[in-house]
Design a protein around this ligand. Sequence first.
Ligand code: AMP
Length: 219
Amino acid sequence: MRIVLMGPPGAGKGTQARRLSESTGMKHLSTGDMLRAEVASGSELGLLAKEFMDRGDLVPDSNIIAMIQQHIDHPAGILLDGFPRTVVQAKALDEALEQTTTPVDQVIHMSVDIDELVKRLSNRALCGDCQTPYSLESDPPSQPGICDNCGGSVAVRVDDRPEAVTHRMKVYQDLTAPVLDYYKSHGDVVEIVATGSPDEVFEKLSQTIKSGMPGVNAN
Ligand code: AMP
């Protein structure tokens, strides 16, 4: 089973995908996490990606497609978080999945009010090692700056600064919103209103996935 979790920056895709991966056993694939690991390792891709990421721009499609290609098959199924982010990436995913047995089964769109998103992002911090997300306002680490999960260092992401956030919202509208139209033209996109507590949103997502609502067939 393959599920694409979509939504603007700050909608909670990463938090929810992590929990859903734990509850379903599906593999969580986040291109943002993969890129941050490349940046941390100082690889060639990491050096290239960092410039785009710090500005809030998208990393070029060719780099992203090459990076994710070998990961899109997993026996327990995959939860895609942050990919595809352009129509070019969505088409590349469809083409790659034509070689495998299962297409994209469900596309879930997590929608949140823009003012709420900007507020959430300004409060968000992340562990640089294990990527556990925190809300500095409602769910901070027990010791400031130290990850409860792995003891790594927790900090606000460079691309969560207000200038970068505004730019990322525009990039989402211009380049990623058309991906939803692309999927809608192929089949269903399940809409989830992702306001409310993380537990409430998790319940809605779990029900949606469990009910196995008809999703998008990539063929
Ligand atoms: P995220 O953690 O998903 O918000 O991603 C953080 C940053 O990584 C984004 O703002 C982009 O710069 C980059 N990124 C993540 N996924 C993609 C993707 N599918 N295509 C292009 N850039 C991406």
